[in-house]
Structure formats: structure tokens, C-alpha cells
Design a protein. Structure first.
Length: 57
């Protein structure tokens, strides 16, 4: 069981390592979520504008 404890404490650097993992995970989640939200908003905007541009060839 001491190996789990050693892993979790990261040799005394856990206060630095675990927050770094958390920040990295947060950045990866944002990199996945924000572009899809932006795309959805842009598609809604284009759909909203489309009926107004029907008279163009």
C-alpha cells in the first residue's frame, strides 16, 4: 500500500504535480468544448441570416 501513498504524494511534490495535471486537463477540455460551441453559434447565426439573403443569386 505504500506504493500508492508514494504515487499520490509524488515524492513530496504532490502540491505542484496534481494542480499541474488539473490545469492540463482543464485546458484539454476547453480545447475540445469551446470550438464546438463556437461552431454551433456560427451555424445558428448563418441559419438566421439565410432567409434574408434569398434574393441574391
Amino acid at each position: 500500500m505504500s506504493s500508492w501513498h508514494e504515487f499520490l504524494t509524488m515524492g513530496g511534490y504532490a502540491a505542484y504535480v496534481w494542480p499541474a495535471y488539473g490545469v492540463a486537463l482543464g485546458v484539454m477540455v476547453l480545447n475540445a468544448v469551446l470550438p464546438s460551441r463556437r461552431q454551433r453559434a456560427l451555424l445558428k447565426e448563418l441559419a438566421r441570416r439565410a432567409p434574408n439573403n434569398q434574393e441574391l443569386p
